[in-house]
Design a protein around this ligand. Structure first.
Ligand code: AMP
Ligand code: GLY
Length: 421
């Protein structure tokens, strides 16, 4: 099969890495890709939001399967546009992608399906939202969410009631563009967070190992949110992983089908778990980033026929892949200053000093005119180690992280530590 991966982050490099291991993968392309995907196949200079450009490239290169990484092209209808041209694509239709692209849509589905979630209200004016905050009172601080896609930045967890009012004003003033035209005010939940990803083809659900993402920039979850500073898998605090999928993914996919929307692709549930009680904070309609960089290395077998079956809406060959039962730790190396301002174009040293058993997934990287691998984004690399135990995987990951350097590089030192102390 000839495969085109849409996107250019660490998730897409991890997908390309896994899919090129398939005996049926003849060629792999990435649009736009990064220095990591360039090493495995060919990068196409097409932006991931250029729907026409992707459709044309897929036709020209006789692509058998398009695998869509990021949420924006899904929400913009890339999979539907490819379907018109009879090109199979792994990922949901625009209608099904609403599970991520509208927080309120997701809440309505969970409500109807009886799936535990953070309760909330939808507001279409700042005035009504302010009034609701006053009714809640200063001791009942909620979470504020732009209803639409806001590049991962549309969630505000306010420190006090003044912060909450200010956030409402910002959202309705257009801080998140059209994503903030409607705002959800949600109950604040506490507990431990985990990510539950499953590959879905209609009613057929194939669970992947659970994982935990570290979103804040600094150790001990201090500082601003980022796109993800590291991941470990699997978490030790989730009772029975199978129950996650039967009590969340199955009813949600069933409810969507009952409403006339078939889900095909990756369904990601962001969970808050408190004393055994599980609630959904959000859904994503795509592989998590950076979760994918820790989860795919835990899968034995061939992922390509599974994604291809999902793309066609067929029953998936579950036996094609299995969970290795091992543990993984993935540490992000980022540019100094991220998630604020940072410089790019810094040569990266030490990539060839990494153990063969360790996977280094590229995110913001590029090749310069002299053939050097340089930084090209905030999150630059994800260093993933797999071992029999989480402690071992963590040791190997950090031992290798320190061999890779570039001017201003930064990483968190506490990924997976909470499971080991
Ligand atoms: P998101 O951008 O949707 O991944 O959300 C960012 C972070 O906001 C989540 O990882 C949680 O830590 C936090 N969050 C979102 N919703 C809630 C909620 N209802 N209660 C508490 N924290 C939340
Ligand atoms: N790691 C969270 C996400 O992919 O949205």
């Amino acid at each position: 099969m000839r495969v085109l991966i849409v996107g250019g982050g660490g998730r897409e490099h991890a997908l390309a890495w896994k899919l090129t291991q398939s005996p049926s993968c003849e060629a792999i392309y990435a649009a736009p890709g990064n220095a990591g995907t360039a090493d495995l196949g060919e990068n196409l200079q097409i932006h991931d939001s250029d729907i026409d450009g992707i459709c044309e490239a897929a036709e020209e290169r006789r692509i058998d399967l398009v695998v869509v990484g990021p949420e924006a092209p899904l929400a913009a209808g890339l999979v539907d546009a490819l379907a018109v041209r009879d090109i199979p694509a792994f990922g949901p239709s625009q209608a099904a992608a609403q599970i991520e692209s509208s927080k309120w849509f997701a809440k309505s589905i969970m409500q109807a399906a009886g799936v535990g979630h953070a309760g909330g209200e939808l507001f279409e004016t700042a005035q009504a939202a302010h009034k609701w905050l006053e009714i809640l009172g200063p001791d009942d601080l909620p979470v504020l969410k732009a209803d639409g896609l806001a590049a991962g930045k549309g969630v505000i967890v306010p420190d006090d009631i003044d912060d909450a009012h200010a956030a409402i004003d910002q959202m309705f003033a257009g801080a998140f563009g059209s994503a903030g035209e409607r705002v959800v005010i949600e109950d604040r939940l506490s507990g431990m967070e985990a990510s539950a990803m499953a590959i879905v083809s209609g009613a057929d659900i194939l669970p992947l190992p659970l994982s935990c993402d570290y979103k804040r920039i600094m150790d001990n979850d201090q500082g601003p949110n980022t796109g993800g500073m590291g991941v470990y898998a699997p978490p030790g605090f989730v009772g029975n992983p199978d129950q996650v999928f039967s009590s969340i993914h199955q009813p949600v996919v069933g409810q969507m089908a009952a409403d006339g929307i078939e889900f095909r692709g990756l369904l990601y549930a962001g969970l808050m778990i408190d004393d055994g009680t599980m609630n959904v904070l959000e859904f994503n309609a795509r592989f998590g980033d950076p979760e994918t960089q820790a989860v795919l290395p835990l899968l034995d077998g061939d992922l390509l026929p599974v994604l291809a079956a999902s793309a066609r809406g067929e029953v998936m060959p579950h036996n094609a892949i299995s969970h290795s039962g091992r543990a993984s730790v993935s540490v992000a190396i980022v540019s100094g200053g991220y998630p604020g301002h940072y410089d790019t174009g810094k040569p990266i040293h030490g990539l060839d000093a990494v153990d063969d058993s360790v996977d280094v997934f590229h995110a913001g990287t590029a090749i310069d005119d002299d053939g050097r691998t340089i930084t090209a984004g905030g999150r630059v690399l994800a260093v993933t180690a797999v071992a029999d135990t989480l402690a071992e995987a963590r040791g190997i990951a950090y031992d290798n992280v320190k061999r890779i350097t570039f001017d201003g590089s930064f990483h968190r030192a506490d990924i997976a530590l909470r499971e080991l102390t």
